[in-house]
Design a protein around this ligand. Structure first.
Ligand SMILES: NC(=O)c1ccc[n+]([C@@H]2O[C@H](COP(=O)([O-])OP(=O)(O)OC[C@H]3O[C@@H](n4cnc5c(N)ncnc54)[C@H](O)[C@@H]3O)[C@@H](O)[C@H]2O)c1
Length: 320
């Protein structure tokens, strides 16, 4: 039987959820909702009902909903959806505060409904390949960069929760641990209420991770470099590309002469094949499968994992 779904909040992300659900064979997009009536035309595109009022929308007969409202509205909308008996996929970041995240988590348990968080990079094919190939006990340091111009949306949180939180979730997911915050720095050069630049340094056991996120550049970059003693990896999230660098096979690495070291500069660069696919499609397919099995299936981010990201955020803000 098809899973009946709805989407609330039809901005940049919600309209993408509606598009993807309308293409998935195993689900039926029943209705979409936005407090802005100008979004009504999307219902024609996706052949479903439009609602301006969330109460009326959530009173409809469907199983699950994507909550894509601004982050500051996640708590209210998610609680309302859970109380109406819907399974929920809420966009990242889970919440603006840990307290709100914990409240939603308790409500989902009480209502026996699924609650998952849309950390989409878990479904990036280059990340899946990296996870398959790399032994994280051999990685000593990582550098992540998430840059892009200011998003044209309501400003409800700063660049840290908006962009850097993706990197924290991915590092937690890849290492299977939660980090200690060593250092953090936030600044706002654009006179916004929120930071537009964030730097954070984290310790994952033996691995040291540096994350920089900024809304100041006029270009978009989503990169992570991973350094180990035998290999160096570079992953480009936006292009779903993964490269590795290593010494040429004949190189003497220990006690080498200057000639050996010159030889090492002819490092071997390899493009690791990745079959690119649309991460949102994989994520929503996984959510629909989760609803069918009544269990949040990996790699979909569950509430405990999403709360860990908020704990890191809280610790980083308290140290800055
Ligand atoms: N996974 C990702 O990579 C990714 C990318 C972008 C945004 N997001 C997340 O998606 C969420 C939305 O971001 P966006 O860029 O789409 O924002 P947006 O401002 O483009 O869209 C938000 C929409 O929600 C509507 N809305 C606000 N309050 C509402 C309410 N109470 N009921 C119904 N509709 C309401 C607004 O009218 C607007 O159309 C945020 O949590 C953001 O962090 C995730």
């Amino acid at each position: 039987m098809k899973v009946k779904v709805g989407v609330i909040g039809l901005g940049f992300m919600g309209s993408a959820h509606a598009r993807v659900y309308s293409k998935l064979d195993e689900c039926e997009l029943v209705g979409i909702c936005d407090s802005n009536p100008e979004k009504k035309q999307l219902a024609k595109t996706y052949n479903c009902k439009f609602f301006e009022d969330s109460e009326e929308f959530l009173g409809e007969n469907f199983d699950a909903v994507s909550v894509c409202t601004p982050t500051s509205m996640h708590r209210d909308v998610v609680i309302e959806a859970l109380e109406k008996g819907k399974h929920v996929l809420v966009e990242k970041p889970f919440a603006d505060t840990i307290r709100n995240g914990e409240e939603m988590t308790r409500k989902a348990a009480k209502m026996d409904r699924l609650l998952a968080v849309g950390y989409i990079e878990r479904f990036n094919s280059a990340v899946s390949k990296l996870r398959e190939l790399v032994d994280f006990s051999q990685i000593y340091s990582t550098v992540s960069m998430r840059f892009g111009p200011f998003p044209p949306r309501t400003k409800y949180s700063g660049v840290f929760l908006d962009l850097a939180s993706h990197e924290i979730d991915i590092l937690n997911y890849l290492t299977g641990t939660a980090p200690e915050v060593l250092y953090s720095h936030f600044s706002s050069r654009s006179n916004n209420n929120f930071e537009d630049y964030a730097y954070i340094s984290l310790k994952y056991g033996h691995m040291h991770s540096h994350i920089e996120a900024s809304w100041l550049p006029n270009y978009k970059l989503r990169l992570i470099h991973l350094y180990g003693n035998k290999r160096f990896y570079t992953l480009n999230y936006a292009q779903q590309k993964l490269k590795s660098y290593r010494a040429p096979p004949e190189a003497k690495i220990e006690h080498g002469s200057w000639d050996d070291i010159l030889w090492l500069s002819r490092h071997v660069e390899e493009d690791i094949p990745v079959s690119a696919s649309e991460p949102l499609l994989m994520e929503l397919q996984c959510f629909v499968d989760s609803v069918k099995k009544h269990d949040v299936l990996p790699p979909l981010c569950n509430t405990q994992e999403a709360l860990q990201v908020l704990e890191v955020a809280e610790s980083a803000f308290s140290k800055s």
